[in-house]
Design a protein around this ligand. Structure first.
Ligand SMILES: *[C@@H]1O[C@H](CO)[C@@H](O)[C@H](O)[C@H]1NC(C)=O
Ligand SMILES: *[C@@H]1O[C@H](CO)[C@@H](O)[C@H](O)[C@H]1NC(C)=O
Ligand SMILES: *[C@@H]1O[C@H](CO)[C@@H](O)[C@H](O)[C@H]1NC(C)=O
Length: 314
């Protein structure tokens, strides 16, 4: 009898200790941070429909450890969400819920290959994700102006906002039931234009903006890239309605190994441009169907690093 009541007492003591420690932890910044991030993720989940892929994000359940949820990656420091890898989950949402901008410790964000209902990207909020190094919003059915907040993410190494990939043109449109593949009606860069967008992205190594309308960047696009992106390795700007010519200064980017400018340039806007493509390090050069009435220096054909060259239709 004494033993039983002793066990009972101990049980009650442990219970009350647990209860009070819970109450104390409410004021604990670490726990508060955990609660906020869990709430933010659940808010984000609430913004999605799952009719195309009902089992997406089933692990995202209140009261469970969000660091174990599908697509959520935490760092070693207590429960900080540093990456959201949600590409290709057939998530459907009418726009991007601004709750995502509360995940201010994110270094990687991938929402590619989902569908955001042809809504615009939120005009404000991206600048809060200042630790981002990788941002991939490609083929996600966003429409409209690319917000300047993305241009403030000075740590970005890789930026992929491509609406269409060169070979994925049909695939991606099939997914959207879009009967008229009007590339230019998706994302665009006007204000900010390309120059404003990349002005502070000096760490960028990969830039994919295929299908983003840049017709208003006129002749500035090329000099802007050469001036602000000294570390650029991959440049993919197919189907961008670029009007200005390829500039000689681009050849100063010595890390540039892949250049894809497929399907650009209005013939009338680039009259007999002499191209100075001293891209000694280039391994892939795609300029096909660029309407370039240009002089191609023999140098291109002496590049022993070149693995792919497509000049058809130029
Ligand atoms: C972001 O976090 C703040 C403070 O924690 C909170 O007040 C706000 O409601 C959150 N915003 C969203 C969109 O969840
Ligand atoms: C972005 O995501 C798409 C689709 O998931 C993928 O094909 C592409 O390689 C990614 N971009 C980068 C720069 O990793
Ligand atoms: C780039 O950074 C400078 C200095 O921090 C700032 O004044 C400028 O507004 C930034 N530009 C963009 C496009 O964010």
């Amino acid at each position: 009898m004494a033993l039983i009541s002793w066990v009972l007492l101990l049980f009650l003591a442990v219970l009350s200790a647990l209860a009070t420690s819970g109450a104390q932890d409410d004021g604990n910044p670490v726990l508060r941070c955990h609660l906020d991030q869990a709430a933010t993720l659940l808010q984000l989940k609430k913004s999605f429909s799952f009719f195309r892929y009902p089992i997406a994000l089933v692990s995202w359940q209140d009261g469970t450890d969000y660091c174990l949820w599908e697509g959520v990656i935490c760092s070693n420091s207590p429960g900080h969400v540093t990456a959201l890898e949600l590409g290709g989950r057939a998530l459907y949402s009418l726009g991007l819920d601004p709750a995502i901008f509360n995940l201010t410790l994110l270094q990687r964000l991938d929402l590619s290959m989902n569908y955001f209902g042809q809504y615009s990207l939120p005009a404000n909020g991206f600048e809060r994700l200042s630790l981002l190094t990788h941002l991939n919003l490609s083929k996600s059915g966003f429409q409209g102006q690319i917000p300047i907040g993305i241009g403030k993410l000075a740590n970005l190494i890789s930026l992929d906002l491509s609406v269409l990939g060169y070979s994925a043109l049909e695939d991606s449109l099939d997914g959207y039931d879009n009967s008229s593949p009007d590339v230019t009606s998706w994302l665009w860069l006007q204000e900010p234009n390309l120059e404003n967008l990349v002005g502070n992205l000096t760490n960028l190594k990969e830039l994919y903006l295929d299908g983003v309308d840049m017709s208003s960047s006129a002749n500035d696009w090329c000099d802007a890239l050469a001036k602000f992106l000294p570390n650029l390795r991959i440049l993919s700007l197919s189907y961008c309605n670029l009007v200005g010519p390829i500039c000689p200064s681009l050849s100063a980017l010595h890390s540039l190994t892949v250049i894809n400018l497929h399907d650009n340039f209005d013939t009338s806007a680039t009259p007999h441009q002499a191209l100075f493509m001293d891209f000694l390090h280039s391994s892939v050069l795609q300029l096909a169907w660029s309407n370039l009435q240009a002089w191609f220096p023999c140098r291109i054909f002496r590049l022993n690093t070149l693995r792919g060259l497509d000049l058809s239709g130029t």
